[in-house]
Design a protein. Structure first.
Ligand code: TYD
Length: 136
């Protein structure tokens, strides 16, 4: 898995003078069925979330409100995705290291995941991650 597999998915946007609406349907707009949603909020200035990869989990990361950066890393190359639109989702497959940083005040990060929470699926040691990716 390389960072080339990470991609922005433009979600449907129903524009309406009463306010816009966006939706996601698992296995339709995104390449997996959604088994869990969680969200990150009230992030103090300068804090960094993430700092791990998953062995099998796939995710979609959305800046529902505000903005933040997602740094993806396949052990060889890195890329920064700046998210600031509520109708863009960033697809991050398994075995990609990610850091979430530069959260704006009152930003809201929604994450849709392909499975329920399992600590055993995390790789939290960067050296181990690189070794698993075949990098020394
Ligand atoms: P973690 O995934 O490390 O946070 P980050 O969003 O920065 O990557 O999770 C932080 C803590 O929350 C950790 O103790 C595990 C717990 N947690 C759950 O219990 N359920 C969940 O769905 C998630 C995402 C985390």
């Amino acid at each position: 898995m390389t960072i080339d597999e990470c991609k922005i998915i433009e979600l449907p946007k129903i524009s309406d003078p009463r306010g816009n609406l966006t939706f996601i349907e698992g296995d339709r707009n995104i390449p997996f069925a959604i088994r869990r949603a969680y969200w990150i909020y009230d992030v103090p200035g300068g804090e960094i979330r993430g700092g791990h990869s998953y062995r099998t989990l796939q995710e979609i990361i959305i800046a529902v409100s505000g903005s933040f950066d997602v740094v993806v890393d396949d052990g060889n190359n890195k890329r920064v995705f700046s998210l600031n639109r509520s109708y863009y989702g960033l697809y991050v497959p398994s075995m990609i290291w990610r850091d979430l940083e530069n959260f704006s005040t009152n930003s809201l990060c929604l994450i849709l995941a392909s499975d329920i929470y399992s600590e055993a699926d995390y790789v939290r040691d960067y050296g181990k991650f690189r070794a698993m990716k075949g990098q020394v």
